[in-house]
Design a protein around this ligand. Structure first.
Ligand SMILES: C[S@@+](CC[C@H](N)C(=O)[O-])C[C@H]1O[C@@H](n2cnc3c(N)ncnc32)[C@H](O)[C@@H]1O
Ligand SMILES: [Zn+2]
Length: 230
């Protein structure tokens, strides 16, 4: 890796990070290795969330997810950013739960200063992007970025997997941690674009629709920030 991106911060204590011979280290001594070319902010401890969402992954799921993500980015995310900010040029964006990582190079083609993070094993495919200073292993529940780093935090098909391994009534805590972190790393006038299955989705089993209710309840407790979605 070349120079460390300035917006990176220790996910444990939020202090400054420096490169070491085989990873990065914060000024308070928390160390994170580079594994297969990418910084691993989980330091080997994968939260169950990640692997729960990997069940049944195949070569087809790689192609299907890539196609779906490209569609969402081109038809919703990029037009939304243009409409909200007047331009895409230089807009800082985090893809929070980046999966196979396809959104990051695509968004960059639109002039967006995009980064991605994911705790799961879809990272095994990141080598095809070669973006070791843009994609990071880590959890949305403790992001390795400084406060107010991003104009946009984008999350696509992730929230329904956060805390998914926990029994129904216990998912709210991990989801609230994830949302709190979205808000922390967003600039004061930033936008959070969070897409997940909801009552308007097609082909969603009832159990997923049920999950939307507690998510809505905790989101209503999050203080409003920035402009309302237009
Ligand atoms: C269905 S995939 C969606 C991937 C991608 N966003 C897309 O739209 O194709 C769900 C992703 O959420 C990730 N995930 C699970 N728990 C997470 C967490 N706590 N923080 C960030 N990502 C998480 C999984 O590792 C997985 O890559
Ligand atoms: Zn630290």
């Amino acid at each position: 890796m070349t120079a460390l991106p300035e917006l990176l911060a220790c996910p444990t204590c939020l202090s400054t990070l420096r490169s070491t011979a085989d990873g990065v280290r914060c000024v308070r001594g928390h160390e994170f290795p580079i594994i297969d070319g990418y910084i691993d902010f989980l330091a080997g401890e994968r939260p169950q969330d990640a692997d729960w969402a990997q069940v049944g992954l195949t070569a087809d799921s790689h192609a299907d997810e890539a196609a779906g993500l490209v569609h969402r980015v081109e038809n919703y995310v990029v037009p939304y950013i243009r409409q909200s900010f007047g331009s895409t040029e230089g807009i800082t964006l985090l893809d929070d739960g980046a999966g196979y990582g396809h959104a990051v190079p695509l968004l960059r083609e639109h002039g967006i200063d995009a980064y991605g993070i994911d705790p799961g094993s879809r990272r095994d495919k990141w080598a095809e992007h070669g973006l070791s200073d843009r994609l990071f292993s880590g959890s949305g529940r403790s992001l390795p970025f400084a406060d107010e780093s991003f104009d946009v935090v984008f999350s696509s098909g992730v929230l329904e997997h956060v805390g998914e391994h926990l029994p129904e009534g216990q998912r709210g805590g991990p989801c609230a941690e994830y949302i709190r972190e979205v808000i922390r790393v967003m600039k004061p006038d930033g936008r959070g674009l969070i897409a997940h299955p909801n009552v308007m989705s097609q082909d969603i089993p009832d159990s997923r629709v049920g999950f939307v209710v507690p998510a809505d309840r905790f989101m209503s407790r999050v203080p409003p920030r920035g402009r309302p979605l237009g």
